[in-house]
Design a protein around this ligand. Structure first.
Ligand SMILES: *Cc1c(COP(=O)(O)O)cnc(C)c1O
Length: 423
C-alpha cells in the first residue's frame, strides 16, 4: 500500500502532481511519500504493542537526514553500519541511546566515535572485533554494551548478494561457536555482554526462514542464560521484503505477530532493524523520456540510468515502471526495454514491459525505489547525483538538491607535475 496514485489520469505523490515537482526540480529525481513511510512504520509498531521492542530503522536503506528524521519523529531509533551513518543518524536527531551499530568491519576510529556518543548497542561480528572493542572501551574508561551477532546458518531464500545468514557468508559468528565467544567476552574488560543479534538477509518474502532463525537465536539465549550469562536483549535484524513484482511478502503486522508469539514471556528487550519494508514502497524515481527507438526491439531511452538506481543491474531486480500520464482506454500497448544513457548494456532498468506510446519529454516513474536507490547512486559517466524530494500531503520539499557538474569537477585536484590546463 502506497500513496502514489493516479488522479485525473496524472500520477500523484499524496496530493502533489508529479509533473509539478518535475517542473520545479527537473528530471530525474527521487520522490518520497511521508504518509507511506508513516503507515509502514505504524503497522509494524502497532503489531508489536505490548512487547519491549525497539524499532531501529536501518539507515542504509535511505539515509537522507529528512527521511531519518521522519522515522525518529515516529519513534524509531537507528541501525547504522558506518561512522558516516552514525554521524547522519545523530545529525538527524536520533537519540544516541536508540542507536545500534552493526557491520563486520568497524574500524578503531568508528568504535571510538560510537563509544564517545554512548550508543545503545554494538553488534559485534567477530572475535578480533570483540577484543578491539574491549581494548578501546577500556582505554576510554567506558563499558560497551554488546550483542554478539551470530550466524544461524539459515537460507533466507533471497538473492545471492543480499543473503547474510548462511555459514558461508561473512557475517557474524557461527552459532555453534557462540558460547565460546560469550565465555571469552565475559573475561574481557570494558564490555557488557547483554545480547544476541541476528540478521539473515534482505528482501525475504516468507516468514519461515525468519521463524527458524529466531528460534535458533532464542534457544541460544536460553543456553547462555543457563550458563550464567546475563542476556537481556535479542536483536532480530531486518530483512522483511516488499512486493516489487507481485510477490506477496508477509505484512509487517504478520511479521510482528510472529515475533510477539516467539518471544512472549522471555523477559527480553527486542531490537528490530527494518529498512526496506519501511521506505521501499515510499519512493519512486521519476525520469523523462529522451528518445524512443525501434530497431527490431522497442527501446525507451530515459534520462535516469544505472548510476541513479543500480538495483536492476546489480541484483537483477524488477521495478514496476509506469507512465506519469496514465494511458487512456484503447491506447496501443507494446513491450519495450527501458534503458538509460550509460554505455553499458547493464544500464537497463526494465526489459519487455508493456507500455503505451511515449514521446520525448514524457515522464515515467520507477516504483519501489525508496530503499537502496539514492543511497547506492554514483556519479559514473560523470552524471551528477540527482535530487531527492519529500512530499507530505500537499507540500513538497527538496531534501537533497541536484549536484552540479561544477561541484562534481571541483572534487578533483590536478597533480602538481601536470602542466596547467587552459582556462
Ligand atoms: C541491511 C541490514 C538491515 C536492514 O535490512 P532490510 O532488508 O533493509 O530490512 C538490518 N540489519 C542489518 C545488520 C543489516 O545489515
Amino acid at each position: 500500500m502506497d500513496h502514489f496514485q493516479y488522479r485525473n489520469g496524472i500520477l500523484h505523490a499524496e496530493d502533489v502532481a508529479i509533473p509539478v515537482i518535475a517542473a520545479a526540480v527537473g528530471t530525474p529525481f527521487y520522490c518520497y511519500s511521508t504518509a507511506t513511510m508513516t503507515r509502514h512504520y505504524q503497522v509494524l509498531a502497532d503489531s508489536l504493542e505490548g512487547t519491549e521492542a525497539r524499532i531501529c530503522y536501518a539507515v542504509k536503506a535511505n539515509s537522507n537526514q529528512s527521511v531519518i528524521r521522519t522515522m525518529v519523529e515516529l519513534g524509531a531509533g537507528a541501525d547504522v553500519i558506518s561512522g558516516g551513518e552514525l554521524r547522519r543518524a545523530l545529525a538527524a536527531g536520533a537519540s544516541p541511546d536508540s542507536i545500534v551499530f552493526a557491520g563486520p568491519g568497524k574500524t578503531r576510529d568508528e568504535l571510538m566515535q560510537a563509544l564517545a556518543a554512548d550508543i545503545y548497542q554494538f553488534n559485534v561480528e567477530s572475535e578480533p572485533e570483540l577484543r578491539l572493542l574491549s581494548a578501546v572501551a577500556t582505554d576510554m574508561g567506558k563499558v560497551a554494551p554488546v550483542s554478539i551477532r551470530v550466524n544461524p546458518d539459515v537460507d533466507a531464500g533471497t538473492h545471492e548478494k543480499i543473503t547474510t545468514g548462511r555459514k558461508q557468508n561473512k557475517f557474524g559468528i557461527p552459532i555453534g561457536r557462540a558460547m565460546e565467544i560469550f565465555d571469552l567476552g565475559a573475561t574481557l574488560p570494558g564490555l557488557d555482554l547483554l545480547g544476541v543479534a541476528i540478521h539473515i538477509g534482505s528482501q525475504i518474502t516468507d516468514l519461515a526462514p525468519f521463524e527458524e532463525a529466531f528460534d535458533r537465536a532464542l534457544k541460544l539465549v536460553d543456553e547462555l542464560r543457563l550458563a550464567g550469562h546475563d542476556i537481556r536483549r535479542c536483536n532480530l535484524g531486518g530483512g522483511l521484503g516488499i512486493p516489487y513484482a507481485g510477490e506477496t511478502p508477509p505484512s509487517p503486522a504478520e511479521y510482528g505477530r510472529m515475533v510477539k508469539r516467539l518471544t512472549a514471556n522471555r523477559q527480553l528487550d527486542l531490537v528490530l532493524e527494518p529498512g526496506r519494508v519501511l521506505v521501499g514502497n515510499a519512493g519512486i524515481l521519476v525520469a523523462r523520456v529522451i528518445y524512443e527507438k525501434h530497431e527490431g526491439r522497442r527501446f525507451i531511452i530515459i534520462d535516469a540510468a544505472m548510476n541513479d538506481l543500480i538495483r536492476p543491474a546489480m541484483y537483477d531486480s524488477w521495478h514496476d515502471i509506469v507512465p506519469v500520464a496514465e494511458a487512456g482506454p484503447g491506447v496501443p500497448i507494446s513491450e519495450a526495454d527501458v534503458v538509460g544513457p550509460i554505455c553499458e548494456s547493464g544500464d537497463t532498468l526494465a526489459k519487455a514491459r508493456p507500455l503505451p506510446p511515449l514521446a520525448p519529454d514524457d515522464l515515467i516513474a520507477v516504483r519501489g525505489a525508496g530503499a537502496y536507490g539514492a543511497v547506492m547512486a554514483s556519479t559514473y559517466n560523470s552524471r551528477a547525483l540527482i535530487p531527492e524530494v519529500l512530499v507530505r500531503g500537499d507540500q513538497f520539499a527538496v531534501i537533497r538538491p541536484r549536484q552540479s557538474i561544477d561541484d562534481l569537477l571541483a572534487l578533483d585536484r590536478p597533480a602538481p607535475w601536470l602542466s596547467p590546463t587552459l582556462d
